[in-house]
Design a protein around this ligand. Structure first.
Ligand code: SF4
Length: 434
């Protein structure tokens, strides 16, 4: 195949991994990426449909590209949106192929059919091509979810929880490290459930141990843990292995028992037990979570309970989503008891509370020296991240003295704090300090 492809990849890191798999089929097969839609042969949108806002964004991109499409161009839409809205998708004019999730082979087949090979090119080998910077990569360890939280469409879109075999992951990680990756970020809808569907059964603790044995790995981060499957064995490995960042990203969604029950989530007592165990085993751990506000039945008193919980100050990073009723989910059938305006207000309240807490956490860092991975050149200097910050979602450190150190891990003295970001200075130009 030989085509210029204009790519729009929407949604979270988990969807980005699907896009990387698509690129792994197209680019070795002779396709090239093209920054502008007008100059492309193929317009490709990998969509997200996790919540209404994400769907709206996906539709905006599809309609804009379909309207601007010129004769001879082809438009492919894949990902969660077509998987979720087959009937609506069929009514949109101008789209040449609707494909669902995990669409790499389907996209390559379409492009091959429309734009056959016109020059010698490497055969498509299917090895994903990363969209992340050279030094950092996502490794998706499983796909799908078996939890069936009442508000969530993911299980219907992505299917049953399916772990990637351990040896495959070790092989993928080894290849990435050979390419220069220093930081691996493990992702899945539920990373802590890793391996329970494999035979023989595996665990996240086993996977982490195997990955930590690989040479060249500096930082290993686990995102999206599910409270009920955080085990002592897992925390012991996280405490023991120096490469593993003491960073826990555990979406909690809420803290009120009644609401959690309606959400079909673990209750408050279990959540607090797990949080206490994490903080005991990993002192100084950076905790990240996400909450939903305005869920049906979230009265002012229930919302205050959530505010009080946030105000305990234990989280370094908090994300907040206003609840959106998703058709086809059990919660979607409930009356929406909180107005859109009130949901936005509650979101703003939590974010304001958290901003003060994040600032206090940041101020406590002033004067300390810590490893920072230098990410990119930005106005005013280089940006980096601490072990306490995940890529794409968390804050950054504005680092002086780090020009030409992109991709390296260097010791940085923190000199100033903002509500979210930090400022610092490289203290020694000794690279690869972890
Ligand atoms: S654990 Fe996460 S992905 Fe799975 S159903 Fe619940 S919210 Fe959705």
């Amino acid at each position: 195949m030989s085509a210029r492809v204009h790519l729009v990849s929407l949604g979270c890191a988990k969807n980005q991994v699907d896009t990387e798999a698509i690129l792994g089929r197209l680019l070795p097969g002779g396709c090239v990426l093209c920054a502008t839609a007008h100059a492309a042969d193929v317009l490709l949108v990998n969509t997200c449909a996790f919540i209404r806002a994400a769907e709206d964004e996906s539709w905006r991109h599809i309609r804009a590209l379909a309207r601007a499409k010129r004769t001879g161009q082809k438009l492919i839409v894949c990902g969660c949106l077509p998987a979720r809205h087959q009937a609506a998708a069929a009514r949109v004019r101008g789209v040449d192929a609707w494909l669902g999730v995990r669409a790499a082979a389907g996209v390559a087949a379409c492009v091959q059919q429309w734009f056959p090979l016109t020059h010698a090119a490497a055969p498509a080998n299917g090895v994903p091509i990363r969209m992340t910077p050279r030094h950092s990569a996502y490794l998706r360890i499983a796909d799908g979810c078996d939890h069936h939280c009442a508000f969530c469409t993911i299980p219907s879109l992505r299917g049953r929880y399916t772990s990637v075999p351990l040896q495959t992951l070790v092989g993928d990680a080894r290849r990435m490290l050979a390419e220069g990756v220093r930081e691996l970020n493990l992702i899945a809808q539920d990373t802590s459930g890793y391996g329970r569907d494999l035979r023989p059964r595996r665990s996240l603790a086993e996977l982490l141990t195997a990955l930590c044995a690989l040479p060249g790995l500096a930082w290993l981060r686990v995102q999206y843990l599910y409270p009920a499957s955080v085990t002592d064995e897992l925390l012991a490995v996280m405490a023991r292995e120096p490469a593993i960042c003491h960073y826990i990203d555990m979406p909690l969604q809420h803290i009120n028992d009644g609401l959690l029950r309606h959400m079909r989530r673990p209750g408050r007592a279990m959540t607090e037990r797990v949080l206490a165990a994490i903080r005991a085993r990993l002192p100084g751990v950076a905790l990240r979570t996400t909450f939903i506000v305005g869920y049906p039945g979230e009265t002012p008193a229930v919302f205050r309970e959530l505010c009080d919980f946030v105000q305990t100050g234990m989280f370094q990073h908090v994300g907040v989503f206003p609840y959106s009723a998703e058709p086809g989910t059990p919660a979607g059938a409930l009356p929406d008891t909180v107005s859109p305006r009130e949901k936005q207000r509650r979101r703003a309240v939590i974010l304001r509370l958290q901003q003060r807490i994040a600032y206090q956490h940041n101020c406590a860092q002033i004067g300390t020296v810590m490893p920072v991975i230098i990410e990119r050149n930005a106005p005013g200097g280089m940006h980096g991240r601490r072990r306490a910050d995940a890529p794409d979602v968390d804050n950054c450190v504005h680092v002086r003295g780090a020009r030409h150190l992109g991709g390296q891990i260097v010791p940085v003295r923190i000199t100033r704090a903002e509500p979210y970001d930090l400022h610092g200075q490289v203290v020694a130009r000794r690279a690869n300090t972890v």
